[in-house]
Design a protein around this ligand. Sequence first.
Ligand SMILES: C[S@@+](CC[C@H](N)C(=O)[O-])C[C@H]1O[C@@H](n2cnc3c(N)ncnc32)[C@H](O)[C@@H]1O
Ligand SMILES: Nc1nc2[nH]cc(C(=O)O)c2c(=O)[nH]1
Ligand code: SF4
Ligand SMILES: [Mg+2]
Length: 219
Amino acid sequence: MYSVKEAFYSLQGEGARAGRASVFCRFSGCNLWSGRERDRASSACRFCDTDFVGSDGQNGGRFDNADSLADHLAGLWPFDACSEAERRGVPYVVFTGGEPLLQLGSALIEAMRERGFEIALETNGTLPVPSGIDWLCVSPKGLTELVVTQGDELKLVYPQSDNRPERFAALDFRHFYLQPMDRQPLGGNGTTIGDTVAYCLAHPQWQLSLQTHKIAGID
Ligand SMILES: C[S@@+](CC[C@H](N)C(=O)[O-])C[C@H]1O[C@@H](n2cnc3c(N)ncnc32)[C@H](O)[C@@H]1O
Ligand SMILES: Nc1nc2[nH]cc(C(=O)O)c2c(=O)[nH]1
Ligand code: SF4
Ligand SMILES: [Mg+2]
C-alpha cells in the first residue's frame, strides 16, 4: 500500500535539472518531522516548506500496488498531447515527499521504467537508496546522520547553523547546490538569498539553486 499526498505535472523547479517537465509524486509522511506545526520546533527538520500529511491533495490517494500507482502517475504525462517530434522529451518522474524512501522500492521503480520513465529522487539522505534511480538529489538536514554519501546532486538548504556546507564538500556528488531557505512564516525568501549568494561567491564549488517554481508561481 502506498500513501500519496499529491501528484502533479509541473517543471522541476530546483537544482541542475530545473526547467525539465516532470511528474511529481509526493509521498505522505516523513521520518524527520510529523508534519504537525506543534512538533516543528522539536523536530530533526524544522524548516520544511511542504504539507505531506494525509493523502487528500491533488491526485493524491492510497494505492494497493506498484502498478496502480504507476498507471496513475503515467496518466499525468502528456503522452497524447505530444507530436511525434515532441516525444523526444523523455518522460520523467520525481519522487519526493515527505520522505519518499519510507515507501519507494524496486517494484515501483521497475513499474515506472516499464512505462518509459526516467526516475528522479529527492531525499533527505537518512535512508538507503534502492537501485534504478537515474537522478539522485540528497538534501541533508540538521544533525541527522547522512547515510547517502554519493549521488548526482547534493542540495543543501542554506543557512542551517547546525549543518554547514563544509561538512559535505568532500563527498562524491557531481553538483553541489545551496538553496536559500524559504522562511515563509518569518517573511519570505529575501533574507537568505543574499547570504547564499555570498557563500557561493566565496566557495565556487557551490552553486545557487533558486526554487524557480515559486518564482514562476506554477506550484
Ligand atoms: C520537501 S523536501 C522532500 C524530500 C526530502 N524529504 C528532502 O528533504 O530532501 C524537497 C526539497 O525541498 C527542500 N526544502 C524543504 N524546505 C525548504 C525551505 N523552507 N526552503 C528551501 N528548500 C526547502 C528540501 O531540502 C528538499 O531538497
Ligand atoms: N516545481 C517543483 N519542483 C520541485 N523540486 C523539488 C520539489 C520538492 O518539493 O521535492 C519541487 C516542488 O515541490 N515543485
Ligand atoms: S526531511 Fe524533507 S519532507 Fe521531511 S520535514 Fe525535512 S524537508 Fe520536509
Ligand atoms: Mg517543494
